[in-house]
Ligand binder design. Structure first.
Ligand code: ADP
Length: 434
């Protein structure tokens, strides 16, 4: 401000001086010429700086504010300060925006920012994966042009966003998403997506499990109640031998239910048990001898049970759980091997300290496509054969749980018609030689 006043005073002084000169050399044009020259210089100076100002204003960002003298120095200094502050503010804002975007990128859920016309303004990488969209290609496109699933289009247009929409998007088959719209600002919307494929799978498994258990219990229960009804109806008339046969059959079915309930309880204890298995030192020789003995009892001489002499080592874990898992594998070998077949139970210690328990049979074998599913609850290759031999369909599911709790893995090799080998590999920390 001071410089502007100084400049005005300077200009006034210049004009007074020019007038004085004009007066001194009265009658001559020199005075007028000197005054005109002063004015031209003065106006030229201002026009020159004005044009520099206009040029700078045309492209203020990235161009330094021009330097000047006189009144213009103050103007440019002021502009320089303003422009620096604006640049700092812009840097701050873009930093904030970048931080906000990084946070939105890091969200486990998908986020799509939609404008008032449902056009995509921005979306994070999770949303790209969930919805099969691309920020680079789809920015500015109405989301309903890309996600055309009718359920989604009507959900977005209905404007009732209290409940999420469960969608199987056609652009990303195999996924189940929960989509929720959150309106904000004037007319903008956030479209949030959450992958619930795993949850849905679990829910389906739970439903299947309940249906399977009910079915498994219903069959023997129907048989038992049928026999009891027949016996009650014909009380005193049915010959004793026949009644005995009915009671025998009903008792078999009751035993089947008992086995099923026992297996279910074992499975549930293994699944819900948060405690790690007890760390007992279980002697391999005793463990394997017990398994072979059980298998012989079940076989009743129909198959040959061979126990390869185990080394004098120990397994670290829960004796009861290991016995149950190994026993299940051996009893399966007996149940799926024809009379006259042979079953070999063995232990092999490997040089890296790990150990392998295996049960090999020359029974009916399993076709390759069934092998990956054998440890699923109630999965059987031949339902009838499993039931006939007293199976519950839960044996290998129990084995799998026990092995997971002991950091062991199950390997199955099998050839239909020539037999199977079930091997359990224990890591070195579970095996001890002394
Ligand atoms: P199950 O009570 O039906 O035997 P499991 O879970 O123990 O149930 O086994 C699942 C299925 O795996 C069985 O129904 C059977 O079809 C197959 N299986 C298991 N062990 C053997 C084996 N040693 N030989 C042939 N098939 C087997």
């Amino acid at each position: 401000m001071i410089t502007v006043r100084l400049e005005a005073m300077l200009c006034l002084a210049l004009l007074v001086f020019a007038a004085l000169v004009a007066w001194a050399v009265k009658g001559s044009w020199w005075g007028v010429a000197a005054a005109m020259a002063g004015l031209v210089l003065f106006i030229g100076h201002h026009l020159f700086h004005l044009s520099r100002l206009v040029r700078w204003l045309d492209q203020p960002t990235g161009t330094p504010v021009p330097e000047a003298i006189g009144a213009w120095e103050g103007v440019f200094a002021l502009l320089h300060r303003r422009s620096r502050r604006a640049a700092e503010r812009q840097l701050e804002l873009s930093g904030g925006l970048e931080r906000f975007r990084s946070a939105a990128q890091a969200l486990p859920d998908g986020v799509v920012v939609l404008d008032g016309d449902h056009a995509i303004e921005w979306l994070n990488a999770t949303a790209e994966g969930h919805l099969g969209l691309s920020l680079a290609q789809d920015r500015g496109c109405p989301v309903t042009n890309l996600l055309r699933d009718p359920d989604f289009v009507s959900y977005l247009e209905a404007g009732q966003y209290a409940e999420p929409l469960v969608l199987h998007p056609s652009r990303t088959p195999g996924r189940t998403l929960a989509l929720q719209v959150v309106p904000y600002g004037e007319e903008q919307k956030l479209l949030m997506s959450r992958d619930i494929s795993q949850l849905e799978k679990l829910e389906t498994m739970r439903r299947d499990f309940v249906a399977n258990v009910s079915h498994e219990l219903k069959t023997p229960l129907t048989v038992v109640s049928g026999f009891l009804e027949t016996l009650l109806d014909g009380l005193g008339e049915i010959p004793a031998a026949e009644a005995e046969r009915y009671l025998g059959l009903a008792s078999d079915q009751a035993l089947r239910m008992e086995r099923l309930v026992e297996d279910l309880l074992t499975l549930s204890a293994l699944e819900t048990g948060t405690l790690a298995p007890t760390e007992e030192r279980v002697a391999l020789a005793d463990l394997l001898a017990g398994v072979a003995e059980e298998a012989r009892a079940l076989s009743s001489g129909r198959q040959q049970i061979i126990l390869a002499a185990p080394p004098p080592g120990f397994l670290l874990g829960s004796r009861a759980e290991l016995q149950s898992a190994f026993g299940n594998l051996a009893s399966n070998a007996v149940r799926y091997t024809a009379e006259g077949g042979s079953i070999r139970i063995s232990w092999e210690s490997l040089p890296d300290g790990s150990g392998i328990f295996s049960v090999k049979d020359d029974g009916i074998g399993i076709e390759a496509q069934h092998i990956p599913r054998l440890t699923e609850r109630f999965y059987r290759v031949d339902r009838g054969r499993s039931r006939e031999s007293g199976g519950t369909g839960l044996g290998l599911a129990i084995v799998k749980h026990v092995l997971t709790r002991h950091q062991a893995t199950l390997e199955i090799e099998s050839q239909p018609g020539s037999g199977s080998r079930f091997s359990v590999r224990f890591p070195p920390q579970r095996v001890s030689g002394q």
